[in-house]
Ligand binder design. Structure first.
Ligand SMILES: Nc1nc2c(c(=O)[nH]1)N[C@H]1C(S)=C(S)[C@@H](COP(=O)(O)O)O[C@H]1N2
Ligand SMILES: [Mo]
Length: 369
């Protein structure tokens, strides 16, 4: 991305942060108000700074007023609750450092092309999210046994005939890992990222991470509507690229797929002189087991070195020292393996929505004698 393009994106994020709060608002008339990704060459740190973190919003946010905001908890609970920010602050605080990736990250790389935001590879980041465990909130409300899906509601509202971005997440996942986050990397949650509180669902795609959260409602059944029944579904098994899957051939997108990316590669090299390749790798499994590099199109693989920092569902930085042995064009391919034994595939599964692209990344450069 050019410097100019990057500045434009920064301005977009600043504009998102400046949106009016409370009831004062404009009505947006089409989709995608601020969708901004991070250039891959800036995703080089274990924790992604808030001002560089990608933004994906379906509509103009109506950012709730911190003073009047409260989280409503109703549905299949013994004691419906209304929790203000002060109430949340008095509850035990929990943090998770983990990856947030949009399900559509990498969409532009699918062939044939699919409609939707044409994300490159930067709709992903790793942050430290702090707030209250969903488990603690639901225990306080007294979860009834019939509750299977937690319906989540945000305050953003779409144009007149457009369905709202309302979702639900399986109760077990939220009880295990979910956080109602009020802070991101030690700062209050920024407006663009869902202030004053959002759902954090470690290991699961971004569409589950409800921003501008206003209500959690455990229910026997999953939420219905466009964003549950049509969008965010992924083929049960691969098909022919370009042939759309039928709804019954797809499952909801949940856990992320194992994936590595290259953030730093040489533009040229010399025979016998080492160069360094760097990147990050993550998965919907809690840990990354290994990252490997191949210079012969995946025939043989050598292990990359993994960075020291790691947390469940966080990304792992990696680096690889490569010494070219012959002149010509070198192409290095990378693949990650997660703690469940899932291996990043050579090709991603084409699907009509372009979700969860995770093919091997590669870097090519000229090697001189
Ligand atoms: N209320 C609300 N929550 C939302 C969205 C939205 O449009 N509205 N977009 C979702 C999607 S698709 C993604 S990928 C993440 C992006 O979070 P970020 O903007 O903090 O990176 O937020 C999710 N939560
Ligand atoms: Mo997303």
């Amino acid at each position: 991305m050019s410097r100019r393009g990057f500045l434009a994106v920064s301005a977009g994020i600043a504009a998102a942060a400046a949106v009016p709060s409370g009831r004062r608002r404009l009505i947006q008339m089409n989709g995608y108000p601020v969708d901004a990704e991070t250039p891959l060459d800036q995703l080089t740190t274990y924790v992604t700074p808030n001002d560089l973190f990608f933004v994906r919003s379906h509509w103009n946010p109506t950012v709730p007023d911190r003073k009047t905001w409260a989280l409503t908890v109703d549905g299949e609970v013994e004691r419906p609750l209304r929790l203000t920010l002060a109430d949340l602050a008095r509850m035990p605080q929990a943090s998770a450092t983990c990856v947030l990736q949009c399900a559509g990250n990498g969409r532009s790389l699918h062939k044939p092309v699919v409609p939707g935001v044409q994300w490159g590879q930067g709709a992903v980041g790793n942050a430290r999210w702090t707030g209250v465990r969903v488990r603690d909130v639901l225990e306080r409300a007294g979860l009834k046994p019939g509750a299977r899906h937690v319906h989540a509601f945000g305050s953003d509202d779409p144009p007149f005939q457009v369905p709202p971005f309302h979702r639900s997440v399986e109760v077990e996942k939220l009880l295990a890992d979910g956080i109602v986050a009020t802070a991101m990397n030690g700062a209050p949650l920024p407006a663009a990222h869902g202030a004053p509180a959002r759902l954090v669902v470690p290991g699961w795609a971004g569409d589950h991470w409800m921003k501008w959260l206003t209500r959690l409602s455990p229910q026997p059944d999953a939420q219905k509507g466009f964003y549950m029944d049509v969008a965010y579904r992924y083929p049960k098994s691969p098909g022919a690229p370009g042939v759309a899957f039928k709804p019954e051939e797809m499952d909801p997108v949940t856990a992320l797929f194992v994936k590595s990316n290259i953030t730093e590669a040489p533009s040229r090299a010399r025979v016998g002189s080492p160069v360094v390749l760097r990147g990050f790798a993550f998965s919907g499994a809690p840990d990354v087991a290994k990252v490997e590099v191949s210079d012969d199109d995946g025939e043989r693989w050598s292990p990359a070195e993994l960075g020291r920092e790691h947390d469940p569902f966080a990304w792992r930085l990696w680096s690889f020292r490569y010494t070219p042995r012959a002149a010509g064009t070198a192409t290095l391919r990378v693949r990650a393996t997660d703690s469940n034994g899932n291996v990043q595939p050579r090709d991603a599964v084409w699907n009509q929505s372009g979700y969860l692209y995770n093919a091997w990344p590669s870097a090519s450069f000229e090697v001189r004698a």
